[in-house]
Design a protein around this ligand. Structure first.
Ligand SMILES: [Mn+2]
Length: 335
């Protein structure tokens, strides 16, 4: 990675002065993360909102997408309006955008941004296009949750119980329960400090991972039943159809995380999870082991993400989308 990029994309130390100067001058601050929020997006959005309110700032929160039920234990999780539900507020002058490699990832909340909104961009995605007045990007961080802990420590902000739960959930989910390579010594130190505040780490893990509705287990069975392997078991594919959702009486958000099953299998290098949206649209989650960069594959379809975890949407019906994606992955593997 070029030096300039290295400095820009691996900022282990928070740019405290730049960020706190902007916050100090701000009157009304929008705090937003990516659409279809996951644990890192939601946990950090909630934690930043509380922090800013502790400084006496007026905060506007907005979301795009359903908050998965497994996160509803987090304080404030059920209190983030959609753009449509948002009550008019005084003019937003500043926005803290979390976990978004580009502004489009914000979703409908993007409409709250104007030309002169001062943006603080905090992210750990390698394909971040540096859209903020201040850009704090650390691709070496396991999660934005970990980055925020560093910022809060640097500004001596005391992390309370609720914030500790929010940051711990962000880190736990973005590290795949501390399994991904992104889990560093520092990640575990921070997780340890968060547990030290008295949060119940088992309760959090159980609520997020071991608290499924029967419909989710039925859906899991249906999807796993269709498991497929290609290229001498190097590729594992799972598929979710709308018919399966109907039969299991399940919601789409209940399939969150299913893609992880693809890497459970010995010898698999690339895992694909196809989700039928409608007759002409298919979403794909990609995971990889070893040196296969799935964010490069996803970006061919306007998607993106991390080296070993990415997503994209194909404007193709399920069967065509599967054919297309499998062909590309095979080419990459046989490169
Ligand atoms: Mn993240």
């Amino acid at each position: 990675m070029k030096t300039t990029n290295k400095i820009l994309f691996e900022q282990h130390q928070p740019p405290v002065k730049e960020i706190s100067d902007i916050i100090e001058r701000a009157a009304v601050i929008l705090v937003v993360s990516h659409l279809e929020p996951d644990g890192d997006a939601l946990g950090t959005q909630l934690a930043v909102g509380t922090y800013l309110e502790s400084l006496g700032k007026r905060v506007v929160r907005v979301r795009d997408g359903v908050i998965p039920e497994k996160y509803s234990f987090l304080k404030g999780a059920d209190n983030i309006p959609t753009f449509e539900e948002l009550k008019p507020s005084d003019k937003i002058d500043t926005a803290i955008i979390l976990e978004c490699p580009n502004v489009n990832r914000v979703g409908s909340g993007k409409q709250l941004l104007t030309e002169d909104t001062i943006i603080i961009n905090i992210d750990h995605h390698r394909d971040n296009d540096v859209y903020g007045a201040v850009n704090w990007i650390n691709t070496g961080a396991s999660s934005v949750g970990e980055m925020l802990f560093e910022y809060f420590e640097a500004v001596d902000y005391k992390i309370d119980f609720d914030t500790a739960e929010q940051l711990y959930t962000a880190i736990l989910t973005d590290t795949g329960r501390f399994r991904y390579k992104s889990t560093t010594q520092r990640t575990l130190e921070i997780a340890g400090k968060l547990v030290g505040t008295g949060i119940d780490s088992q309760m959090i893990c159980d609520t997020v991972y071991y608290n499924l509705r029967p419909s989710s287990m039925i859906l899991t069975g249906k999807v796993l039943n269709g498991i497929e392997f290609y290229e001498n078991n190097q590729i594992c594919a799972l598929t979710l159809t709308n018919k399966m959702l109907e039969e299991a009486k399940a919601e789409r958000s209940e399939s969150d995380g299913f893609v992880d099953f693809t890497l459970f299998n010995r010898g698999v290098t690339v895992g694909l999870f196809f989700k039928e949206v409608d007759e002409s649209t298919t979403k794909v989650s990609l995971r990889s082991k070893n040196g296969i960069n799935v964010s490069a594959i996803a970006s061919q379809f306007g998607g993106g993400g991390h080296f070993n975890a990415a997503g994209c949407q194909l404007d193709l019906p399920l069967e065509k989308a599967r054919e297309k994606m499998l062909q590309i992955v095979k080419e990459v593997l046989n490169g």
